[in-house]
Ligand binder design. Sequence first.
Ligand code: SF4
Length: 120
Amino acid sequence: MNMTIEESAFHVIKKKKDGIYQNELWKELEIDSRKCSRIISKLLEEGLVTRESAVSNGSRTYLIKANTQTQPSYEMLLGAHEFSPCAGCRDACQPETCPKLTEWITIIIKNEILSEAQNP
Ligand code: SF4
């Protein structure tokens, strides 16, 4: 599988626990500094890396680090574009007989059946 240049850059950045100077990154990726700046901007926009001013070998540059702060994932709380009824629920919990949970699961199953029928 071919990686995009952004994926390659992120892969290199992730490997360096203490970060990598931007002027080392573009050399390692064998690209020019302008292209490297564009890639870093994109990774910053996506929240995948952090950037701070730094000096390396007497030159001003940036230290780029992989963003280790995990983003909250709501994937497990979503089914068929519906939030789980358990999110924030304060009812006395009996999942085996909970009508709200049953309804949510039923919607998910119906949507999956519909989706399979439309895309066999
Ligand atoms: S199973 Fe029902 S009662 Fe339990 S947390 Fe989920 S919605 Fe609330």
